[in-house]
Every structure is written in structure tokens, then in C-alpha cells.
Design a binder for this molecule. Structure first.
Ligand SMILES: [Mg+2]
Length: 293
């Protein structure tokens, strides 16, 4: 029986967004200033209501945002406006140059035998993320989305992504079922999955990433937690993740060349690349010695 050629040579780098690539929640650079809401009081209101009513915080956020927009008739935010506001988002140092550098690194270290795709899985808002200047580097951006009616007004959540539902998207990447419309429940043997978990590196910043980190690490992949060096609390969270074995490494969220994060990610990439070379050789050896038809 002829064997299929080896195809599991793609690496997925999967990123959380808020606190991982950008210091503040994305809404604080975009919608909140636009409608004149003070972030701290707004998030406090979101969390208070979510706790009191047993609601998901992101759903509370999405509803309060719609209510604030309806209350203020002079502010109308369409899908395009959300994307346009994304230009105000700030990033941790080096983020804008990170992706082409990683792509070049993988190409060089693997001699072209491996390639890398980048993904965002965020509980934040997709309409904002669609407008970020770094959007072009991502194969997919998964985040919560609004339904917009025929007048271009957000009227209902269309897709909700929470801490735990983030893991669904890791399975989508793993099984190559990246469109939301595709079912991921069908059994798929490990050897047929386009991106095995051992080729996945997940980068997040905190407790909200625990389900994704745990799934990735337990399934043979790698996780990293980054912290804002200006916030001691942020580092303490990462240390807890490290102690609990949720992540391989922690590092300051500094994406510049030669940073601690860059070096640790390169080390993980080297390890994944040699895993790919090994698996490819195993497949080649089996193909060579398969009984001829
Ligand atoms: Mg985060």
C-alpha cells in the first residue's frame, strides 16, 4: 500500500491578544475613549454585573457597549469604525517586527522543510482585531463578534469566545477545520491532523489562558506566559503558571530581537523543527521499506 507523503511540517504559533501582544484590553484604546467611558469604572461595572448575575463577562461587555451606543445617538459605530479605531492600539516592544522574523527563523533553521502560521485566539472583539496593522501576519483571527443588522448597527453577539471556549479553536487549528461552519467533532487519527499539538506553541499572559495552555501542554505542545515588566502583579501570575506546570517558560513581553522571550521561543521552535525532521524521517523510512504492491 502506497503511503501518503509526510505533511505534518506546519508549526502554529497561537497568541492571546490583550496583555500578550498589547498591554491594555483592546477596548481601552478604541471604543471606550470613543464613547467617552472611563475604562476602570466600566470594567468594574462589567465584573460586578457578571458576578452578581452569573453572566459571562464578555457578553455583559458586549451588551453594555450596545446600550451605551444606543443611549448616545450622536455616536454610531459600524463594523468599519471598529476596525478604523484599531489603529490606536499600542503593542509591547518589537511586536510589529516579530512575525516576519519568526517566519524567517523557521525557514532558515528548517532549511525550508517546515513552515509557520500565526493565529490569534482572543476573548476580545473581532471587529477591532480586523483593523490592526499586524492583521496580515495571521492566518486566522478568532474573537467574539457582533451581528450587524441591515443598517450596520450591532444588535446581538454572533460569536462568543471565552477562556474555556478558546480551546475549541486550538482543535480547529489542530484538525485543519478552521472555518467556524466546519464540525470538529468527527474523529481524526493523530497522524492525519494537519498541525499536531506537538507543533503548536501557545503564548498568553494570565489565568484566562489556563485552559488553552493546559490543553496545549498536555497534548505534547508548548506554552509560554508573558508579563508586563511594569506590573509586578502580572509577573506574579506568570510565576504561578510556571510553578503549576502550565507553561514551559515565562518571559517579559518584549518581542524585540535577542530578548529573553525571543530566545526562549527560538529554543522551542528548534525543538519543534527537530521533531518535524524526526517524524519526516520515520515516515520516509517506513515508505522505503513498505512491501511493494
Ligand atoms: Mg490576555
Amino acid at each position: 500500500m502506497a503511503r501518503k507523503s509526510f505533511t505534518q511540517n506546519t508549526i502554529a504559533m497561537v497568541y492571546d491578544f490583550d496583555g500578550t501582544l498589547s498591554p491594555q484590553p483592546m477596548q481601552e484604546y478604541t471604543v471606550l475613549p470613543k464613547i467617552g467611558i472611563e475604562p476602570e469604572a466600566f470594567w468594574a461595572k462589567v465584573h460586578k454585573e457578571a458576578t452578581a448575575t452569573g453572566s459571562d463577562p464578555m457578553l455583559v461587555y458586549m451588551r453594555l457597549m450596545m446600550e451605551a451606543l444606543y443611549k448616545n445617538e450622536s455616536v454610531r459605530i459600524t463594523k468599519d469604525d471598529f476596525a478604523a479605531m484599531a489603529r490606536g492600539i499600542q503593542y509591547f516592544p518589537g511586536v510589529e517586527e516579530w512575525f516576519p522574523r519568526i517566519n524567517a527563523y523557521v525557514k532558515k533553521r528548517s532549511g525550508g522543510a517546515a513552515n509557520v502560521h500565526h493565529y490569534i485566539i482572543s476573548a476580545g472583539q473581532k471587529e477591532i482585531l480586523e483593523g490592526v496593522p499586524i492583521r496580515k501576519y495571521f492566518k486566522q483571527v478568532y474573537a467574539s463578534e457582533y451581528h450587524f443588522n441591515q443598517y450596520g448597527i450591532a444588535t446581538f453577539p454572533k460569536l462568543l469566545i471565552t477562556d474555556t471556549s478558546k480551546t475549541q479553536f486550538l482543535f480547529r487549528i489542530n484538525k485543519g477545520k478552521e472555518a467556524i461552519s466546519e464540525s470538529i467533532n468527527e474523529h481524526m487519527p493523530e497522524g492525519e491532523r494537519p498541525i499536531p499539538f506537538s507543533n503548536i506553541i501557545y503564548i498568553g499572559d494570565g489565568m484566562t489562558d489556563v485552559p488553552s495552555m493546559a490543553l496545549t501542554t498536555k497534548s505534547g505542545g508548548h506554552s509560554l506566559a508573558v508579563f508586563n515588566p511594569k506590573l509586578p502583579k502580572s509577573k506574579a501570575t506568570c510565576v504561578r503558571l510556571l510553578d503549576a506546570g502550565r507553561v514551559d517558560f515565562i518571559a517579559p513581553a518584549d518581542y524585540r530581537d535577542n530578548s529573553k522571550l525571543a530566545k526562549r521561543v527560538q529554543l522551542l521552535l528548534d525543538s519543534v523543527i527537530s521533531g518535524i525532521a524526526y517524524a519526516a524521517e520515520v515516515a520516509a523510512c517506513k515508505a522505503e521499506n513498505a512491501p511493494s504492491a
